[in-house]
Ligand binder design. Structure first.
Ligand code: ZN
Length: 335
């Protein structure tokens, strides 16, 4: 089949040849058999070649299912152990279709949509799969934003309506960083934070924006320590600037409105707060790749990340660690 081969240098820790199907026809031709899916995952997981975790040997052969047996010490290693596919009883070929579908939905993926397209018997399975895949949408140790970066937080307003008038005492606060590039908006980073305290804001900055970058915020006092953290801090106080909030930080407001529209559209606002963490991840994954013309490349990136992200159980998805109550006092200087 016409599999695209592109030589790449280094993408984070990942090195090697990018080899992925370009369209649905290629996906189906290439990944209908379990052994083909397994062989491809082996290459993603060990780009430099398989290494036995026990003896370090480089020679192995497949035995059954997802197991490889080391030619040196005869120990068996599962290709999917320690990945988001761990313990699955569903054929990898079905997972591959799920990844393809998730990455090719322009407006985001819903559990009902996934259930229908794969013919899954239970909605719960589709829902759990989506959550697992979302966890693979953030690459561990990803690059930090640089240059000039707008930062702001918001309560995704539509969500409160989606909560059917309840639960507003645990409002969800989302923080967003938007990198400026020549054409406007570059890459983004986004996540849920427990509150708008300096500690929460600065911990997000540390994991998202490279020191030395120019961080543009409003006058909220939670940002007052930003320059002490090694950033150039640009503050615009709304009251004094005579600009509206959206003119002041146009990048973040543009992205926030897209996020809200997406949450209300694809998910019809039915996103519970305890799960909200992973929706920004999916949104970020799609947004940062919005200019990519290649469907296969998104699928490839998701699969690449799926084998390096730790597995998560259904219980942990349903009952994430409790978060503290999120309360943000009114920012200083907002009229
Ligand atoms: Zn071995």
């Amino acid at each position: 089949m016409g599999i695209r081969l592109t030589q790449v240098t280094t993408i984070g820790r990942i090195r090697g040849v990018e080899d992925y199907p370009r369209n649905l026809t290629e996906l189906e031709a290439r990944f209908s058999r379990e052994e083909d899916c397994r062989a491809w995952l082996v290459r993603l997981r060990w780009p430099e070649g398989f290494r036995c975790p026990r003896c370090g040997g480089g020679k192995s052969w497949p035995v059954r299912g997802t197991l490889l047996e080391c030619a040196g010490c005869r120990s068996q290693t599962s290709v999917i152990a320690g990945t988001i596919f761990q313990d699955t009883r569903t054929p990898l070929a079905v997972w591959f279709r799920a990844m393809w579908w998730v990455t090719t939905q322009k407006n985001g993926a819903s559990a009902l949509g996934l259930q229908r397209v794969l013919g899954l018997r239970s909605y719960e399975t589709a829902w759990t799969w989506l959550h697992k895949l979302r966890r693979a949408m953030v690459r561990p140790g990803r690059d930090l934003l640089t240059g000039r970066v707008e930062v702001d937080e918001t309560y995704p307003g539509g969500l409160e309506e989606g909560m059917r008038g309840r639960g507003t005492e645990t409002k969800t606060l989302i923080i967003l960083a938007v990198e400026e590039d020549d054409k406007g908006i570059g890459r983004i980073r986004m996540r849920q934070i427990p509150d708008a305290s300096a500690a929460s804001l600065e911990s997000f900055l540390a994991e998202s924006v490279a020191p030395g970058s120019r961080v543009h915020t409003d006058g909220w006092r939670g940002y007052s320590g930003v320059s002490a953290r090694g950033y150039v801090h640009e503050v615009t106080v709304i009251k004094r600037s005579r600009l509206t909030a959206s003119e002041l930080l146009p990048g973040v407001h543009r992205v926030f409105s897209l996020l809200k529209r997406w949450l209300m559209g694809t998910h019809q606002g039915a996103v519970s707060h305890k799960h909200l963490d992973y929706y920004p991840d999916e949104f970020t994954f799609r947004f940062n790749r919005r200019k990519s013309r290649s469907l296969g490349k998104l699928f490839f990136r998701l699969a690449q990340q799926a084998v390096i992200v730790s597995p998560v159980t259904y219980d942990l998805i349903v009952h994430p660690s409790p978060k503290t109550v999120r309360v943000r006092p009114q920012p200083v200087g907002v009229t």
